[in-house]
Ligand binder design. Structure first.
Ligand SMILES: Nc1ncnc2c1ncn2[C@@H]1O[C@H](COP(=O)(O)OP(=O)(O)OP(=O)(O)O)[C@@H](O)[C@H]1O
Ligand SMILES: [Mg+2]
Length: 280
């Protein structure tokens, strides 16, 4: 798999002197679905912002599709390759209408008016933002829709990689599933999706790979299944595997210890029962 995003020996210290990331080494390829996890303050948002070039490395490097984020004048090249949807969409939305908001990025990279319009309509459609809302001020939309507008404004730049910081925080179950199914469909369409989240059931259902941070360092980087199979390591960053995995880990070998979903648990129980019946 070709590596689209290469983070090498990345350190990041905020301008006020707060050190946030230490020697981060991560490679992400095409069409991956990655979850960045770790306790509050472990560096997830900082790393996301370094990945898309919003923050420049204090030392080390971040290379996106061959482009070094430290290069001069690379912003326009980066925004069409990697998009970051803010943890709080209100920090991202600043235009006075939904349509202007989604058009902002494409306009900024000097696309023609016709191309801007086409990009806006396509991104709004994909993100589930109705054209009826085009003239509405984003401020007057509910949080779920504001986040969709934020995602649409990133999609309009057609980046191959999209980072969404806490896609489900503050949303009810139905909205969370909607946004995650939407990200899954983007993944299936060929995008790399990176989510930052505290919700381990979401990670278990959608992410194929997990990068766990602890105090600004990578603690674990592996398949979702392998990461949740190491509860003792995870505990160091105050993260617990999903409940269903924890139940499996306490069943003393009745089921595998790396169960991720209720459906897998059901299958494991069925085969355990049939094993017992055969013995019986
Ligand atoms: N603007 C800032 N100036 C100085 N330090 C900051 C700033 N933003 C974050 N930090 C510090 O950097 C470290 C990493 O913070 P970051 O926001 O990346 O964590 P996080 O994993 O995203 O946390 P959360 O789960 O709460 O969103 C923390 O020590 C935090 O206090
Ligand atoms: Mg954060």
């Amino acid at each position: 798999m070709s590596q689209y995003l290469e983070v090498s020996h990345l350190d990041y210290t905020y301008p006020d002197g707060t050190p946030a990331l230490f020697d981060i080494n991560v490679s992400i390829g095409e069409q991956e679905f990655v979850a960045l996890i770790g306790q509050n303050g472990s560096g997830k948002t900082t790393l996301s912002k370094c990945m898309n070039g919003l923050f420049k490395p204090t030392s080390g490097s971040v290379i996106v599709d061959g482009i070094d984020t430290r290069g001069k004048g690379v912003v326009k090249q980066l925004v069409t390759r990697i998009g970051y949807v803010f943890q709080n969409p209100d920090h991202q939305l600043f235009n006075d209408s939904v349509q202007k908001e989604i058009a902002y990025g494409p306009r900024n990279i000097n696309l023609s008016a016709a191309e801007v319009k086409a990009r806006v309509d396509e991104a709004a459609k994909v993100a589930g933002v109705s054209t009826d809302l085009y003239t509405t001020h984003p401020f007057f939309l509910p949080k779920g829709l504001r986040q969709r507008v934020a995602i649409a404004s990133i999609l309009a730049l057609k980046p191959r990689t999209i980072i969404v910081d806490e896609p489900t925080t503050g949303q009810d179950m139905r909205q969370s599933i909607e946004v995650m199914e939407f990200l899954e469909s983007l993944w299936q369409a060929g995008h790399t999706i990176i989510i930052v989240t505290h919700e381990m059931s979401i990670v278990a259902h959608y992410a194929r790979r997990v990068i766990a941070l602890r105090q600004g360092r990578v603690l674990l980087d592996d398949t979702t299944r392998a990461v949740f199979a190491q509860p003792d390591m995870l505990r160091q960053t105050y993260v617990e595997p999903p409940q269903i995995t924890r139940v499996a880990q306490r069943l003393d070998g009745l089921t595998p210890r790396d169960i991720l979903t209720v459906e897998e648990m059901q299958d494991a129980f069925r085969s355990a029962v049939s094993r017992i019946e055969k013995k019986g």
